[in-house]
Ligand binder design. Structure first.
Ligand code: SF4
Length: 76
């Protein structure tokens, strides 16, 4: 039997998702779904927030996965 590694990969979702402000912004309708699909449930290794978390470097809640700042989210 040939194992389908893509379907059996338990690490499809970023390990920070439950705690990440992007989840909160998305669930409250303030953040477009494509951010979640492309990064949090996709290429989370490519997320700037993820890398900063791993390095223990502070970053604002309103920093998007590509590293850009969305000031609109700063007051939420
Ligand atoms: S924004 Fe980045 S760090 Fe936060 S859950 Fe998504 S991939 Fe992980």
């Amino acid at each position: 039997m040939v194992e389908n590694k893509r379907l059996s990969n338990p690490l499809r979702e970023c390990k920070w998702y439950a705690l990440c402000p992007m989840k909160r912004f998305y669930e409250s309708g303030q953040l477009e779904k494509h951010w979640i699909a492309e990064y949090c449930k996709g290429d989370w290794k490519g997320c700037v927030r993820y890398r900063l978390e791993e390095e223990g470097r502070p970053h604002p809640d309103w920093m998007l996965p590509d590293g850009s700042l969305d000031e609109r989210l700063a007051d939420l």
